[in-house]
Design a protein around this ligand. Structure first.
Ligand code: GLU
Length: 472
């Protein structure tokens, strides 16, 4: 915890919860049950690295069982500790509730710097971690389903799947034990970009709300907005891509080694290529270097998108932030002190438990695909195309006019897997934005969008507990 922070990450989540709980009518017992982490598993296991034995520290926390399975990513980072994993697991519960994904929250973490290990060593660590989860029944399609998070991706999910399936031969739903897998291993199209795409859909929706935009003095619409993205990992890269394609201008991108700025806009793909080639984001053609990467957060822009780790904006640097909107693509990038500063400054914070929920939403679609053992669109794509063709030819016959080829293609197209995943995600992000904003408008005492999102989440989890009959 940085010196200037009053609260640990988990304490910050509790604080946000308490702020919102005041606006609900739940029995204190229910609130207490929702807040706590139900099951906490800390493990140490030995792995042979070179000729040495290293003891690895790892965690899996299941925050809530109000719905099962539990769901949440696995993080590889040296920041991993019990407090962090508990905070992230709790955020998963609220996130799933906000986007109506029927899971309890969980999170896992391994305290390693993945850059220090070879792929072979990482595989050994991941497989051993999975064994530990299996031994304690902390993984399974109906119990707890991990996914990628900071420092992990499709490769790690494949190793988890392979370890799980080899230990559970014949388990028909084994593919659903983990999400974020490669397509060839039962993954779903659209999962890789899902978090970034969800952030874009969410911001687009928020920016289309005249009342909110008027409050912060910005024109309606995402088009033309100046966006700063912190982090060019899977999430940051896709946020930048979809924002650029959606008509916004990505004026700066920040990474550990520094940041780059170009008022005319940056192309994330070119930036990524440049970084791969030169080993740094700096010195990108046409852009200005910002060697102190933290300064990127303080650039003049319309939307600031932290897309890396927690607590990057705190009481110290928040007063210097000039953005009008802060979109939390990362989990917990703002400390409670930063929230207070932004509330006073009138900066609109679009909270993580809503904005970055695209990842888990599409994980839910992947899990459903695995349980149904059929790819999305397989049954209806051709049928829909034939049906559209008949409608079109009837229209042409009746009107005596022909539809041009491009329009014909568009109208006839039957949905494939990514069409369905994208539209399912867009629908989810639009629907949840409305639920949050409605809750916010219903009670003028709710200070900010984060609190409104927590109110929505607490009410859903509370209803689940109450309807389970645990608290008569
Ligand atoms: N790690 C991601 C998150 O923080 C995704 C979780 C999931 O797909 O289960 O939301």
């Amino acid at each position: 915890m940085a010196n200037n922070q009053k609260f640990s990450f988990f304490e910050a989540v509790l604080r946000n919860f308490d702020k919102a709980a005041k606006f609900t009518n739940w029995d204190p017992g229910i609130l207490e049950q929702i807040k706590l982490c139900n099951s906490v598993y800390r493990m140490y296991f030995p792995v042979k690295i070179g000729d040495k034995i290293e003891v690895i520290e790892a965690y899996r926390v299941q925050h809530s069982h109000h719905k099962t399975p539990c769901k949440g990513g696995i993080r590889f980072s040296t920041t991993v500790n019990l407090d962090e994993v508990m905070a992230l697991a709790a955020l998963m519960t609220y996130k799933c509730a906000v986007v109506n994904v029927p899971f309890g929250g969980a999170k896992g973490g391994i305290n390693i710097d993945s850059k220090k290990y070879t792929p072979y060593e990482l595989e050994k660590i991941t497989r051993r971690y999975t064994h530990e989860l299996i031994k304690k029944n902390f993984i399974g399609p109906g119990t707890d389903v991990p996914a990628p998070d900071y420092g992990t991706g499709e490769r790690e999910m494949s190793w988890i799947l392979d370890t799980y399936t080899s230990m559970k031969p014949g388990e028909i739903d084994a593919l659903a034990c983990v999400t974020g897998k490669p397509i060839s291993q039962g993954g779903v199209h659209g999962r890789r970009e899902a978090t970034g795409l969800g952030v874009f859909y969410g911001l687009k929706e928020i920016c289309s709300m005249p009342d909110l935009m008027q409050k912060i003095g910005l024109p309606v619409g995402i088009e033309g907005k100046r966006v700063v993205v912190q982090g060019l990992g899977n999430v940051g890269y896709h946020v930048a891509k979809f924002c650029r394609e959606g008509g916004a201008t990505v004026t700066a991108i920040a990474e550990y080694e520094g940041a780059i700025f170009n008022a005319d806009g940056l192309n994330e793909e070119e930036v990524r290529e440049h970084r791969k080639k030169t080993g740094t984001i700096l010195n990108f053609p046409g852009a200005t270097n910002i060697t102190n990467t933290a300064e990127a957060l303080e650039l003049d822009c319309d939307i600031l998108i932290p897309a890396a780790l927690e607590s990057v904006i705190n009481g110290e640097n928040a007063p210097r932030v000039k953005a009008k909107i802060v979109g939390e693509a990362a989990n917990g990038p703002l400390t409670p002190e930063a929230d207070e500063v932004f509330l006073k400054k009138g900066i609109l914070v679009v909270p993580d438990i809503y904005l970055n929920a695209g990842g888990v939403t599409v994980s839910y679609f992947e899990w459903l695909k695995n349980l149904s053992h059929v790819r999305y669109g397989r049954m209806e794509k051709r049928f829909k195309e034939n049906q559209n063709r008949s409608i079109l030819s009837q229209i042409e016959q009746l009107t005596g006019k022909t539809v041009n080829e491009k329009a014909k293609e568009l109208i006839m197209h039957g949905p494939n897997e990514s069409d369905l995943v994208y539209s399912g995600l867009e629908e989810t992000m639009i629907g949840s934005a409305k639920e949050i904003v409605d809750a916010w408008q219903e009670n003028p005492d709710i200070p900010d969008m984060r609190t409104a999102a927590y109110v929505v989440a607490i009410n859903k989890v509370g209803t689940s507990y109450a309807e389970l009959g645990i608290f008569p």
